[in-house]
Write a protein that binds this ligand. Structure first.
Ligand code: KG4
Ligand code: ZN
Length: 365
């Protein structure tokens, strides 16, 4: 498929309902014509985590409104769209089903091709949408639901060379915030506190650094914060503002150190492929953290590897990345039929071993 493609993307795998239109003229930089994201944070706030049934219902209610808004924002009608791309997994099954059903309805109603997209491929292909990265590049996905190193060698060719064996880093930030009485989402709150604190006061663990490979673990770190807090409460009856800031600083420094050390190893594995223009790209909400971003940028510079962090609105869940991943699939000649299914688990790299457990935002794939 070498003609201009204008694709409508839909995303509903977690707690963001999103629709976007992306246009790609072959040989030119792709253009995001519109991107609408309706978050559900307030709906889930009373429960301290995403409630799958509430999420699915909200997606079903909001999807067509988001599509209308995205079309209006782009100044287009469905008749001017070439295909519908939709997240078909991995994620919370009710939400993924809502999106897939909506996409099928739109595709049948408007007589458009349908293309199912892996949500993780959406994140992993974003640096091609924003910065035109050439394959192969190294990708670190770090969010509330994901944490993995991927070598992207083609639109559908990914090798996972490591990932978390328990919590995702964003999840650890959120739990740390909860332990210390800070608001959700925890990442920005912990980062703000950390800026006032002393990262060396508490000796927090750097899990799995002593083991070879690029796998990571963050749940022990959060438990260490809990123990330190309980120790302070037992010794002095509570925690002071300085204690809280020091714990946040120590926690953030530990996450940054683990991500930096494992990135160093991942870069070594990636450079063995002798890429012409070596690049490390990051995506996910945690990539917004300045200390973590600086640590990763430093590691890339040390290794002579370029560094790309797409703008935050395209790092966190959105539908522009799904529309773009759809375009990449359509260019390969792929499309799906009305039998397209919703997959709660869908590893990008089918050859790599399954991840352990699932996070608060669904399966880690
Ligand atoms: O990518 P994202 O919006 O959603 C998914 O998890 O899919 O990432 C959200 C996660 C949350 O856990 C949030 O606490 C974390 O990213 N986060 C941060 C920061 N901003 C958001 N973590 C650390 N530092 C930040 N500044
Ligand atoms: Zn995501």
């Amino acid at each position: 498929m070498q003609q201009t493609l204008t694709v409508l993307g839909l995303e509903s795998s977690c707690d963001d309902t999103a629709a976007a239109l992306v246009r790609h003229v072959p040989g030119q930089t792709p253009e995001i014509l519109s991107s609408v994201v309706a978050g559900q944070t307030a709906l889930h706030a009373p429960y301290g985590g995403v409630v799958p049934e509430i999420a699915a219902r909200a997606h079903a209610e909001k999807l067509d409104l988001c599509v209308e808004e995205a079309l209006a924002g782009a100044g287009l009608t469905l008749a001017q769209v070439d295909a519908v791309a939709v997240t078909a997994g991995p994620g919370l099954i009710g939400g993924v089903l809502s999106g897939v059903m909506c996409a099928k309805g739109l595709a049948v109603g408007a007589g458009l091709p349908l293309v199912g997209v892996n949500h993780l491929a959406g994140h992993a292909l974003t640096p091609r949408l924003t910065d035109g990265l050439a394959f192969p590049y190294l990708m670190l996905l770090v969010s509330g639901g994901h944490c993995q190193f991927l070598i992207a060698a083609g639109p559908e060719t990914f090798t996972r060379i490591g990932g978390t064996i328990d919590d995702a880093p964003g999840e650890a930030f959120d739990k740390t915030a909860k332990i210390l009485g800070l608001p959700q989402p925890g990442g920005p709150a912990v980062e703000a506190e950390a800026a006032q604190g002393n990262p060396r006061r508490f000796d927090l663990p750097r899990p799995l650094l002593d083991r070879p490979g690029c796998d990571m673990s963050f749940s022990g770190l959060k438990t260490a914060v809990l123990r330190a807090r309980d120790g302070l409460v037992a010794a002095q009856g509570g925690i002071t503002r300085a204690d809280r800031a020091d714990l946040c600083a120590g926690f953030q420094a530990a996450v940054a150190a683990v991500l930096a050390a494992k990135s160093r190893r991942a870069i070594r594995a990636y450079l063995a492929l002798a890429p012409a223009t070596p690049m490390l790209a990051v995506a996910g909400g945690v990539a917004a953290n300045r200390a973590i971003r600086a640590a990763l940028e430093g590691v890339a510079a040390e290794a002579g590897v370029g560094f790309v962090a797409p703008p935050l609105r395209l790092c966190t869940d959105n539908a522009a990345m799904i529309a773009w991943a759809g375009i990449e699939r359509l260019r390969l000649g792929h499309r799906d039929g009305m039998d397209l299914g919703a997959r709660p688990r869908w590893p990008l790299d089918a050859a790599s071993p399954a991840m352990l457990g699932s996070g608060k935002k669904g399966a880690k794939a």
